[in-house]
Design a protein around this ligand. Structure first.
Ligand SMILES: C[S@@+](CC[C@H](N)C(=O)[O-])C[C@H]1O[C@@H](n2cnc3c(N)ncnc32)[C@H](O)[C@@H]1O
Length: 276
């Protein structure tokens, strides 16, 4: 189920010991005041190593590979941090999934044929999923999201006034060299997800929920994706504490290995696919 109390305190202590000032500010601004933050203010963006170390064992258990294998995959993506920091540090996170570097490690370990994600925004999660697919040399990503701007002119002016780039479209963060296996479909997941997973039925292996974190949408996306995932498929969800949908879902599948990675990124694997 969710993190045990002991694991939660160990994780918090891990962050606090390494980044006492930044972690305290993060807790006050993000968790208490619910303020929009810049990427560069978030300890999870600044320190991928701590992010990874705090959950590598859980990740290895659920994925079913040795931690040493995952360590190798993590080492591959670590250099990208410098480049991303240069581009992103002052910009608003716009809801980005801050554990996204873990998605790269997962994609490398699972070698999926197809991935479906909901909720695109700037494309931080898409970036890591696509980087993993490129390193694998196979697989495609279908991302479903609303046709909004990811970062508004007002946001950018507040966080990085000297840049004056203007509004940034959905997915702006993903560079051209990663886009070949990427398909964006615009519209609410409530309308688009069913036809997409039906089309891919049994041929897609990873699903990530990061759209609207409300009970009905979460529950609908989990059930819809789960019923079409291929054998060994993996379902991920951001913001698992946002509603009762995640705990209910994992309770309903007691034999499926699951974990909560570094607070609020849930993962559950479908190792038996009856009827296929
Ligand atoms: C939390 S952000 C996604 C962040 C993104 N995964 C990343 O890592 O940068 C949520 C996004 O979901 C979109 N969204 C909200 N409701 C949705 C829905 N019903 N279907 C699809 N997308 C939705 C919002 O427009 C927003 O861009």
């Amino acid at each position: 189920m969710s993190e045990s109390r002991g694991a939660r305190w160990r994780r918090r202590a891990g962050w606090f010991v390494r980044h006492p000032y930044r972690w305290s500010r993060f807790l006050i601004d993000h968790e208490v005041r619910h303020q929009e933050m810049a990427f560069g203010e978030d300890p999870r963006f600044l320190d991928w190593r701590t992010l990874y170390r705090l959950c590598r064992r859980e990740l290895a258990r659920v994925v079913g590979v040795p931690t040493s294998t995952l360590d190798g995959y993590f080492a591959e993506i670590a250099p990208a941090r410098v480049d991303l920091a240069r581009q992103l540090a002052e910009l608003p996170r716009a809801g980005a999934l801050m554990q996204a570097p873990l998605l790269y490690v997962l994609v490398r370990a699972l070698r999926p044929r197809a991935i479906v994600e909901t909720g695109i925004s700037s494309g931080y999660s898409s970036y890591f999923l696509l980087a993993g697919l490129r390193a694998n040399g196979r697989g495609r990503l279908v991302s479903l999201g609303l046709p909004e701007v990811a970062v508004s002119v007002e946001h950018e002016a507040r966080f990085a006034p000297e840049r004056r780039v203007g509004a940034r479209p959905v997915g702006w963060l993903v560079p051209d060299e990663l886009r070949a296996p990427w398909e964006i479909r615009f519209g609410p997941s409530e309308t688009l997800l069913e036809p997409v997973v039906r089309e891919l039925d049994g041929d897609f292996d990873v699903f990530l929920h990061d759209s609207a974190h409300r009970y009905a949408t979460m529950r609908f996306e989990y059930e819809t994706a789960w019923s079409h995932l291929g054998p060994g498929g993996t379902l991920l969800s951001h913001d698992v504490h946002a509603s009762a949908a995640w705990p209910e879902f994992v309770r309903a599948h007691p034999s499926a290995p699951e974990a909560e990675l570094d607070h609020d990124l849930g993962i559950v694997r479908r190792l038996d696919v009856p009827g296929r």
